[in-house]
Write a protein that binds this ligand. Structure first.
Ligand code: SIN
Ligand code: FE2
Length: 222
């Protein structure tokens, strides 16, 4: 099956709740509201992870404090510090391994990746982002993973956000796409290294997440 060309039974079963599917680019698919039903369970798992590995504002090598608060679960976690960006098997704040990826995160990511044309996805890390009003993620590529054959699966929870979805060059014009609670985006194959980001979050009050937006990105880091 071609990357980014959803087809077959899983496509039908994932979509039989009437969910909409937007193809953003070759290899990039947005499944509207797919995780809305499991959002409370996903959120409960995030709270549990954050008890072991609290959200923190990392500081980039350039000395910039990130407006997005982050934590991780999985075999390693994405970290930024004075030395650079990397995956670290231990939480630098505690020296302990990151909490395991909850089964619900893993199964969702594998099923959605398959529906987007990326069968056999075996994510081993999950970055968890927490946005407060004004928090943003500037245009970037996800390139700290060892292997670009695996896609990125991204789950939105809570307050809506504007996804900036660019091209393979930083200067490519980025489209602005609304992301709502329960939306799941997948980008891989020819879209694996697209520039993407999140515009400054607008204030709001979400019944599930209050003043925040959360985002899970499941990846295969190594
Ligand atoms: C990311 O690029 O890591 C997160 C994107 C998002 O928050 O939707
Ligand atoms: Fe990213």
């Amino acid at each position: 099956m071609a990357a980014g060309a959803p087809s077959g039974d899983l496509f039908a079963s994932l979509d039989d709740d009437g969910g909409r599917i937007d193809v953003l680019a070759e290899g990039a698919v947005l499944f509207r509201g797919l995780a809305a039903g499991s959002a409370p369970q996903l959120m409960a798992a995030i709270i549990e992870i954050a008890e072991a590995a609290p959200f923190r504002h990392m500081v980039t090598p350039g000395g910039h404090r990130m407006s997005v608060a982050m934590t991780n679960c999985g075999a390693a976690g994405w970290v930024a510090d004075q030395r650079g960006y990397r995956y670290d098997a231990r939480d630098p704040e505690s020296g302990r391994p990151w909490p395991a990826i909850p089964e619900g995160f893993y199964d969702l990511a594998v099923a959605v990746a398959r529906a987007a044309g990326f069968g056999g996805f075996t994510p081993n890390v999950c970055l968890i982002n927490r946005y407060e009003p004004g928090a943003r993620l500037s245009l970037h590529q996800d390139i700290d993973e060892r292997d670009f054959a695996a896609p990125i699966v991204s789950v939105s929870l809570g307050l809506p956000a504007t996804f900036l979805f660019g091209g393979l060059r930083r200067a490519d014009r980025a489209r602005r796409i609304g992301l709502f609670s329960g939306d799941v985006a997948v980008w891989g194959g020819p879209a694996r290294r697209v520039f993407h980001g999140i515009a400054p979050l607008k204030a709001g009050d979400d019944p599930l997440t209050g003043p925040y937006r959360f985002n899970l990105t499941l990846r295969k880091a190594f």
